[in-house]
Every structure is written in C-alpha cells, then in structure tokens.
Design a protein around this ligand. Sequence first.
Ligand SMILES: [Zn+2]
Length: 59
Amino acid sequence: MKLTCRCCGKKFESEKIGPPFCSERCRLMDLGAWASQKYRIAGAAVKDEAQKQNDSDEE
Ligand SMILES: [Zn+2]
C-alpha cells in the first residue's frame, strides 16, 4: 500500500499498519516534534498555575 510520510511527505511503499513514516529517522523526528510541543504546552500551563498562586498570595 502506498503511504505518504507524515514527517517529510515522501511517498513510500509499506505493508505496516500504523503512523506512516518512510524511515525510523522520520518517525523519531515526528515523535520529537510532538514531545517538544507537548512540553511547551505543559510548561505554559505550569507558568499559568504559578501566576494564579502569586495572585492569590497578594490578596
Ligand atoms: Zn519521511
């Protein structure tokens, strides 16, 4: 079955079922991008939480 790599957009042939990646490298790159995005969102949420606590301290 013909698949398009989610990371680099390259078309490749694969019988595997799962996220389409042309190579292990692309799979890791996408995982890395996903992980760093997740960490960014988590970091922002933590910052918001800390700010809320500071606000309540001032009351
Ligand atoms: Zn690729």
